[in-house]
Design a protein around this ligand. Structure first.
Ligand code: ZN
Length: 222
């Protein structure tokens, strides 16, 4: 079957919109929401939404995520060379989509609580969240009594090497904890994902809020 990147020839989804146009709109909405919360300062962060099994829509490098235009979104085939203008971190998206067919959206921000708390948690290699009602916003978590494991990685400018470490760690079971739908990069920020754009957005907001809770709690506990 012929593959095309043309908006006009994409199959229509419910509501008469093409899957590609819907994904591009999802990326733009996620960027705007994160910018409104001051999670993507100075053009940082990147956002992607899956179009189909082989293709994603993803933000290009160096653009203000609060004012994204459709022309700021790249239509990136999975398993192929990154397109010109791609973000340095695009491989962290493409590799994860290739590994996990169930993922529909991946959002990455340099939000304050994630960026600070990740440095405090780096030595342990993971952040364990428990006792918070809000953790029930994360997929698979039914009680505040559960323990949620958020992997923490050292930051690295070698994105291919970092991506390899992330995939290897995510393939491991979280032991007696529930694996969070995301991970932290120390001193850098958070990646969060979901089966749909709204799941990824809820996970991102819940995680950043839980990180802020945890950061505040740690100020009062030894
Ligand atoms: Zn980043």
């Amino acid at each position: 079957m012929a593959q095309t990147s043309s908006l006009k020839s994409e199959p229509l989804v419910a509501g008469g919109e093409s899957a590609e146009a819907k994904a591009v709109a999802g990326v733009i909405a996620a960027g705007r929401a994160s910018a409104a919360r001051h999670w993507v300062p100075a053009t940082s962060g990147n956002f992607s939404v899956r179009i189909n099994a082989r293709t994603i829509a993803i933000t290009r490098s160096g653009v203000d995520k609060g004012n994204l235009l459709a022309s700021d979104i790249l239509i990136q085939p999975l398993g192929e060379k990154l397109l010109p203008g791609s973000s340095a971190e695009a491989e962290l998206h493409t590799a994860l989509y290739s590994e996990r067919p169930e993922l529909g959206a991946i959002f990455h921000v340099h939000s304050p609580a994630a960026t600070v708390l990740s440095r405090l948690a780096l030595a342990e290699g993971s952040l364990r969240l428990t006792g918070w009602e809000l953790q029930k916003a994360l997929v698979g978590v039914r009680t505040h009594e559960a323990t949620v494991d958020v992997p923490v990685f050292a930051n690295d400018q070698d994105i291919s090497a970092l991506s390899g470490r992330v995939l290897a760690r995510l393939a491991q079971p979280a032991g007696d904890a529930i694996a969070a739908p995301g991970y932290l990069l120390a001193g850098h920020g958070v990646y969060a994902w979901g089966a749909t754009e709204s799941d990824a957005a809820r996970h991102l907001e819940a995680l950043e809020t839980l990180f802020a809770f945890e950061l505040s709690y740690r100020r009062f506990t030894p």
